[in-house]
Design a protein around this ligand. Structure first.
Ligand code: ZN
Length: 177
């Protein structure tokens, strides 16, 4: 095994190369999955997000909390900011956000503030997920925007990425103690 620097971690998974011909939810989630692999390789919690408008990817990001030391540097927030810059409007009302894990309270809130039309996520999160896992913020009656939500697209693959990452981190922590 090649020796790794302290800030690196070996990712045992390969990126996916989906056919460009069928641009469905599975296709775009595979791109988010690939972004999550980039996070994994940088020793970041492997969560990836892509923003799609008219079947084109306008933003792609992964979690960067560790490298930036910024607790708001979640994949979804970065993708939302990129997308808004790209189209020159904070309203992303004709966009769909694909993310490999159910958004936390901050990201679910940001998706609503950005008026995202539709949000698709892979792995439900019963602890921190705010789009159905721990709570469903999109069901709040008083909100003036309710994004459409689709769940469990490519769930197995994205879940394996997360569990393997945390398992590896636990092993490293054990070896270090
Ligand atoms: Zn988040």
């Amino acid at each position: 095994m090649p020796s790794l620097q302290q800030n690196q971690i070996e990712c045992p998974f390969e990126k996916k190369f989906p056919s460009q011909l069928k641009r469905d939810d599975s296709f775009f989630m595979k791109l988010a999955y690939n972004a999550a692999i980039d996070a994994y390789r940088k020793n970041e919690v492997p969560i990836g997000a892509v923003m799609v408008r008219e079947s084109e990817v306008i933003a792609c990001a992964h979690n960067e909390v560790e490298s930036t030391k910024d607790p708001t540097a979640h994949a979804e927030i970065l993708a939302i900011t990129q997308a808004a810059n790209q189209i020159g409007d904070w309203r992303l009302s004709d966009c769909t956000l694909y993310v490999t894990k159910e958004p936390c309270p901050m990201c679910a809130g940001a998706a609503i503030m950005a008026r995202i039309h539709r949000l698709v996520y892979a792995v439900p999160d019963p602890k921190m997920g705010f789009l159905g896992g721990a709570l469903d913020i999109s069901k709040t009656q008083s909100l003036n925007h309710h994004p459409q939500i689709s769940r469990k697209v490519l769930e197995g693959d994205c879940k394996r990425l997360l569990s393997s990452f945390f398992q590896q981190k636990r092993m490293v922590a054990k070896e270090g103690s």
